[in-house]
Design a protein around this ligand. Structure first.
Ligand SMILES: O=P(O)(O)O[C@H]1[C@H](O)[C@@H](OP(=O)(O)O)[C@H](OP(=O)(O)O)[C@@H](OP(=O)(O)O)[C@H]1O
Ligand SMILES: Nc1ncnc2c1ncn2[C@@H]1O[C@H](COP(=O)(O)OP(=O)(O)O)[C@@H](O)[C@H]1O
Length: 708
């Protein structure tokens, strides 16, 4: 295998390591693998599994791979592994026991990850801890820990949603001090260190760590400026040397790798959280750490022949019982009492270490940065309009009006707090996007509600255009008959199409837009799928039922919403910007989560239009064609009234604490059915609406006004 070949095999990071290997090859250094062994090492590393290198190459002369000639070479392998880049390390540590296909997936996944990291700079990841903890949690039945598993999940989610999840692990470093953790288990051995400095840098972009690792020739050991969480996993399952089928034969045996030994080793610090200064001053420690890793792995290698002597096959999967495994690893020279004590000592040590590491994972700020986990939800609006952005931003397809409006709102001191912050316009793959604050960021698995504001949802322009040159919309006709089969006129039926204003007006009439000045577009409860099934939610009672369902009758959340709406209303009333814009199709996005965090923002300004300077809107007056009134504040007044009515109702009936009382979703009748006796003609239904509400609700909530 030539250096050329090594390079071909590698992605960028691995290429760097390939160079490193070839340098080692050139170096006349007995601590390095000889030229014969180097390709083998490379190949083994590519295939993954520390022990595979060790076992097949050190012990199996019948291996199809070239044998390693000396223990020195084996030690050198160890060193190579310690110097290996992140990608290789992850590969090596995680592919053991996987099928080759899975290994391939690891590589692919990893490459993808790394690419993502480069391209999308904020997508930081902390690969090794995630990986380690994942393995730990899945495999360790005795100490099932959900939290670390979450870490992995969250890591994945964060990757998906484009969040910076913490600094990328800049160091791969075995910090091993002894072989003590090895002899008590036949499971994974986790050796590692987490230092505080890294833990406290939760939202750093990964690319700096990445590039510095590249500058470093792929080896992360020397990055003094990037102290980090350093873990390594050595899957020792193969060491036990029994074959896989025996696990099935002995159901009492723990499944393969049932126990995890954790050896958390410290370099210079007495605390598991090394201080940053200790890291910074630890110029020599990486080499010391290398040495200790070297020693540890050497011990493993030395142990192997004893272990392997009881097994004819070294490459088969482990299924030895815990005891057998311990037996096998015990030194034959040791007296039994001493051996037993050593084993116990190792166990206790392992447990202590595990406790420490567990505590670190659970309580570290690093972990908390992972807690910023949520699936980003687009509740309403046009599909495909959004993309994840960087650093707490999202990208929305550019519409000039919206970008202008967001920019104006962001620079309006009275309103800037009530809308997503505008972060400019960017181009992605030739398409323009408005970059704006992601409002969901501060929340944990939030509940969302989108209320479209105003008594009118189409622009006057659209109406004028439709009169001049009606454009028939079949899609809108279909949406209409799906909800109200009898709604289309005969003409519309014949052409199987309606105009946009016709459709929009119909939507306003069947929902609360026409009577309350807002309508619910969608609700997503934290633990449920989003629903847009509110097209027919029209009456006060129906709307209130939906609200109560949304807030789970949580009084504290409700109070926050009311406060926020009131101050928003006040700010809007005082804003010149607001009075000089016709705000059509804009929504209020309500967001709260189980921590009690709750907030509301104005979103969607795609149809918000600046008025001629002579014109101002009060946003409460009735709309007459030409006056451009939108009824935005009319809707807000009603929202506040309805929320306050719910608050009164809840305070009368609810227990004194603010615990959410889980409400059932409003029934189909409550939400989706306009009663038979209500005909939704624009003019005549106020009375019917009142009758309907009186029937449905004992508590009539006073609203500011009701349009018919
Ligand atoms: O909600 P349904 O009943 O599906 O109707 C939709 C919404 O009213 C959209 O408004 P929003 O984006 O505010 O949700 C509107 O987009 P506009 O905002 O472009 O008017 C769509 O018009 P078309 O995009 O023309 O289909 C219309 O079909
Ligand atoms: N800044 C934001 N932060 C978080 N979620 C947002 C933000 N803007 C929009 N959304 C989500 O996207 C949905 C649709 O947004 P909207 O601006 O109304 O899109 P459209 O213009 O396609 O109608 C909202 O209901 C909300 O769930």
């Amino acid at each position: 295998m030539t250096e050329e070949r090594l390079k071909c095999d590698c992605n960028n990071m691995r290429e760097a390591t390939a160079c490193q290997v070839s340098q080692h090859e050139r170096a006349d250094d007995t601590s390095q693998p000889c030229k014969t062994c180097t390709p083998c090492i490379r190949e083994q590393m590519g295939r993954g599994g520390t022990q595979e290198v060790t076992l097949s190459d050190v012990n199996s002369s019948s291996s199809s791979n070239p044998s390693l000639c000396t223990t020195g070479c084996a030690n050198a392998i160890t060193k190579q592994l310690n110097n290996a880049s992140l990608s290789e390390k992850q590969l090596v540590n995680n592919s053991a026991g996987d099928s080759n296909k899975q290994k391939g997936n690891h590589i692919e996944g990893l490459n993808e990850t790394i690419n993502n990291c480069c391209v999308q700079k904020s997508r930081a990841l902390t690969s090794i801890p995630s990986v380690v903890v994942s393995d730990t949690t899945i495999l360790d039945e005795d100490q099932p820990l959900n939290e670390p598993y979450c870490l992995v999940d969250q890591h994945k989610d964060c990757m998906d949603s484009g969040y910076s999840t913490g600094a990328r692990n800049p160091k791969i470093q075995n910090i091993c001090e002894s072989s003590g953790s090895l002899d008590s288990n036949n499971g994974d051995i986790l050796l590692g260190e987490v230092n505080e400095h890294q833990l406290l840098s939760p939202r750093r972009s990964c690319d700096s760590a990445y590039s510095s690792s590249m500058d470093n020739g792929g080896s992360m050991d020397n990055q003094q400026d990037e102290p980090g969480i350093s873990f390594s996993v050595v899957d020792s399952s193969d060491f036990s040397g029994a074959n896989a089928s025996s696990a099935e034969e002995s159901p009492s045996h723990k499944p393969k790798i049932t126990t995890l030994t954790v050896g958390m080793l410290r370099k210079n610090a007495s605390s598991p959280f090394s201080s940053s200064s200790s890291i910074a001053s630890d110029v020599d420690s990486s080499s010391r750490a290398d040495e200790s890793a070297f020693n540890t792995l050497s011990v493993q290698i030395e142990n192997l022949p004893r272990k392997l002597s009881s097994s004819s096959s070294c490459s088969l999967r482990s299924s030895l019982s815990f005891e057998e495994s311990e037996e096998d690893f015990a030194s034959s020279d040791e007296n039994p009492i001493q051996a037993n004590m050593n084993r116990r000592h190792s166990k206790v040590k392992a447990q202590n270490s595990w406790t420490k590491i567990r505590r670190m994972v659970i309580w570290s700020p690093f972990m908390q940065s992972f807690k910023k986990k949520y699936p980003w939800v687009q509740l309403a609006g046009h599909a495909g309009n959004f993309q994840p952005g960087e650093e707490g931003c999202i990208l929305k397809k550019y519409v000039e009006r919206e970008a202008e409006c967001l920019s104006g709102l962001t620079s309006d001191p009275k309103l800037q707090d009530f809308s997503p912050t505008f972060h400019g316009v960017v181009e992605v793959n030739g398409e323009k996007y408005t970059r704006m604050q992601d409002l969901l960021l501060p929340f944990d698995c939030p509940s969302l509600m989108d209320c479209k504001m105003g008594i009118r949802t189409y622009l006057e322009d659209e109406l004028v255009k439709a009169k001049v040159k009606p454009r028939l919309r079949q899609d809108m006709y279909m949406k209409m008959v799906e909800v109200s089969p009898d709604e289309p006129t005969e003409v519309e039926r014949n052409q199987s199409a309606v105009t946009k204003p016709r459709y929009m007006q119909w939507r306003e009439q069947i929902s609360s837009t026409s009577n309350l000045g807002f309508r619910i577009e969608g609700i997503k409860k934290s633990d449920k799928d989003p629903s847009k099934d509110y097209k027919l939610t029209k009456t006060q009672c129906q709307v209130c039922e939906a609200f109560k369902y949304f807030i789970d009758n949580n009084v504290s959340v409700l109070k926050k919403y009311i406060e926020r709406l009131k101050s928003m209303c006040h700010a809007l009333g005082q804003s010149d910007f607001f009075h000089s814009h016709e705000v059509i199709g804009s929504s209020l996005l309500f967001v709260h989560d189980s921590t009690g965090e709750a907030n509301v923002w104005m979103i969607d300004f795609g149809k918000t239009t600046r008025l001629p300077s002579s014109q101002k809107l009060d946003h409460r007056s009735e709309w007459k064609e030409g006056n451009r009134e939108d009824g935005y504040l009319f809707g807000m007044d009603n929202l506040v009234s309805l929320f306050e009515g719910i608050l009164v109702e809840l305070q009368q009936t609810a227990p004194p604490n603010d615990e959410p009382q889980h409400t059932a979703p409003p029934s189909v009748e409550q939400v989706n059915h306009v009663t038979d006796d209500v005909t939704w003609s624009p003019r005549s239904n106020r009375k019917a609406l009142r009758r309907q509400d009186a029937r449905n609700s004992a508590t009539e909530i006073a609203v500011v006004g009701e349009k018919t």
